[in-house]
Design a binder for this molecule. Structure first.
Ligand SMILES: [Zn+2]
Length: 291
């Protein structure tokens, strides 16, 4: 029989005693106009040279992290609010045999719709009945304060994010945890990477000699921003700081050889970073039978 539908988008990756599962939320198609400081034709050449669809297909990945005693979901995808090709987190968690009620902690890399819309359903009801939601203190401080909206309105970008963020967090306010950096729970540590948003945070999963850095939105269009880390996106709240965080973490993982994963690296998003002078590259990690 000829299949008519793709198999579920879930890939396990063991990190020491911890199992990380890349869970696809699908993808978002859009234009390359989201990139700043590069001409659209040049950006298209880079994407085309990498055999990626034109104009832009952006994977949206979430990561489930299961430690000895915790079930942690990092980001919740687009929910029902974005494109029909997204919001697949729930079907994929189901296929992985993970009930939403079993998730005890949600860690957000930041509060943009493609990361936090999945916290609630279309009516604003919480989808994760037993989860606390944790994020960097600077992240919630930014999105809860509509005074920051004035600045965003001047730039003409990202206005709906304030409404989304407040609506998504409303049913979780009595189970919200804010942090600055360091260990969240044994085996998971927060790595602040500010700039894309004020509290944008990566998470380092470590067990024994193994580690994995889930770096959130360090790259939105990897074919462009890995070789050219100076290229920012229109959604960066502070583009200068976003560029600095990207350069710093790329240099760090290229030197250490640490495995990374990204919310917008092509699914499943596990990769190593190479460096030749000031130019970085991305080498996707192959699927492994042994996880
Ligand atoms: Zn994003």
């Amino acid at each position: 029989m000829i299949p008519v539908q793709q198999i579920p988008g879930i890939i396990h990756r063991r990190v020491g005693d911890i199992v990380v599962t890349a869970v696809s939320d699908g993808y978002l198609d859009g234009s390359l106009d989201v990139l700043r400081d590069i001409d659209a034709a040049e950006a298209a050449d880079l994407v085309r040279a990498a055999f990626r669809p034109i104009p832009r297909r952006t994977s949206v990945n979430c990561f489930l992290v299961r430690t000895a005693d915790r079930t942690v979901l990092i980001d919740t995808g687009c929910g029902t609010a974005m494109q029909p090709t997204s919001g697949r987190l729930f079907a994929n968690l189901d296929a992985a045999g993970v009930p939403l009620a079993s998730v005890d902690t949600i860690l957000l890399t930041h509060m943009h719709g493609d990361h936090s819309n999945g916290l609630t359903d279309a009516d604003g009801q919480a989808l994760f009945p037993n989860a606390t939601v944790a994020m960097h203190a600077a992240e919630w401080a930014y999105w809860k304060d509509r005074a920051n909206l004035a600045e965003v309105e001047r730039s003409g970008r990202g206005v709906p994010y304030f409404d989304m963020a407040q609506r998504q967090m409303a049913p979780y306010l009595d189970r919200l945890e804010l942090f600055e950096s360091g260990e969240i729970t044994p085996g998971i540590a927060a790595v602040p990477l500010p700039g894309h948003t004020p509290g944008h945070t990566g998470y380092r999963i470590a067990s024994g000699a193994d580690s994995l850095l889930i770096w959130g939105d360090i790259a939105h269009v990897p074919e462009v921003q890995i070789p050219r880390p100076e290229i920012t996106v229109i959604y960066d709240v502070d583009p200068t700081q976003a560029e600095a965080s990207r350069r710093r973490i790329l240099a760090e993982v290229a030197a250490s050889g640490e495995l990374v994963a990204g919310m917008h690296l092509h699914f499943p998003g596990y990769a190593h970073v190479t460096r030749a002078g000031e130019k970085f590259g991305l080498v996707p990690e192959p699927w492994r039978q042994e996880m």
